[in-house]
Design a protein around this ligand. Structure first.
Ligand code: NAD
Length: 294
């Protein structure tokens, strides 16, 4: 039997619609318009596309967009100065630094300079610590999207055997923390894991975030499991045309899993929707209002 496809496009459109409605109510009832500043450094073509898509989504949801474009050779001091100004600007509720940054910039130092209450990417060490401690805070967007997708399949994740492949600060670790907070039994696998197929075979819920094109094979997947494929890998397709694939061998996994996200059209669209949600939450927090339950 073929797995149910978890349609990230539809699910994210629904979330964006709900965020848009909540933003409208916030403006109408309180006169507050949440604002997001996306900082792009240099001319990396992929980063430019991401930033353009984010800005479009921000405007469509009724938020204010304060895009900042700095030259490739910007100094660390200049970037820190920009962040200090954005931290102090009451109209800016969220700050996102588009990664990667050029080599002269220490990304950790830049992320640590963002006001944690405006850290809509959830990468600030304080927010990472809050997540690990089970305290409220801003949570990274892609992991949040993964968990929301899994919850469209399972009403509760409690007690599920969850395996996360990847331990990056951006995806793997925060996904694992979120699944733990949902009372799943979580295993984190990584590049030094022995017998990855055997670890994957335990998973009722498998999250693949390793950045290796189609490495997770159908035979590794427990029949009926839910598979969330975070990977975005560009490979050469037919006639040398580039093709985007995930970290899971989708065609074969689809015959074994119970539900699976496609790539593209799975986790990707959820990331932007969760960024809008985080900006709304940040604006509410900064104005002493409860975070909307969306
Ligand atoms: P990363 O390179 O920082 O981390 C990859 C992790 O996978 C590492 O922890 C490593 O230990 C593990 N790993 C690597 N090779 C492995 C192997 N052979 N076996 C087991 N584990 C292995 O990558 P990242 O930033 O966490 O991103 C992971 C993937 O998710 C990438 O494809 C990236 O493009 C994608 N991504 C997608 C979104 C989205 O919006 N959909 C957002 C962020 C990242």
């Amino acid at each position: 039997m073929s797995a149910r496809i978890i349609d990230g496009k539809t699910i994210s459109a629904d979330l964006r619609g709900k965020v848009t409605d909540a933003v409208h109510r916030l403006r109408r009832d309180r006169g507050i318009v949440p604002g997001l500043a996306v900082v792009l450094v240099g001319n990396n073509p992929a980063s430019r596309v991401y930033v353009r898509n984010k800005s479009k989504a921000v405007t469509e949801a009724g938020l204010r967009s304060f895009d900042q474009h700095m030259p490739e050779d910007v100094s660390e001091a200049e970037l820190l100065d920009l962040i200090a100004r954005l931290n102090a600007d009451a109209q800016v509720n969220g700050i996102l630094i588009q990664l990667p940054l050029p080599p002269q910039i220490n990304a950790d130092k830049i992320i640590a300079a963002i006001d944690p209450d405006k850290d809509v990417d959830g990468f600030h060490p304080l927010n990472a610590g809050r997540l690990a401690s089970g305290l409220p805070g801003l949570v990274p967007c892609t992991p949040l999207g993964c968990v929301r997708l899994a919850k469209t399949v399972h009403a509760s994740l409690a007690g599920l055997e969850a395996v996360v492949i990847g331990r990056s600060n951006i995806v793997g670790k925060p996904v694992a923390q979120l699944l733990l907070a949902e009372n799943a039994t979580v295993t984190i696998a990584h590049s030094k894991t022995l017998d990855l197929p055997a670890v994957c075979a335990r998973a009722d819920l498998l999250v693949a975030a390793l950045g290796r094109p189609e490495m997770v094979l159908g035979a590794w997947i427990k029949p009926g499991a839910t598979v969330i494929d975070v990977g975005i890998n560009r490979i050469a397709g037919e006639h040398g045309r580039p093709r985007i694939v995930g970290d899971v061998a989708h065609a074969e996994a689809r015959g074994i899993a119970g539900a699976i996200t496609p790539v593209p059209g799975g986790v990707g669209p959820m990331t932007i929707a969760c960024l809008l949600l985080n900006t709304l939450i940040a604006a509410c927090m900064q104005n002493g209002l409860p975070a909307p339950k969306i």
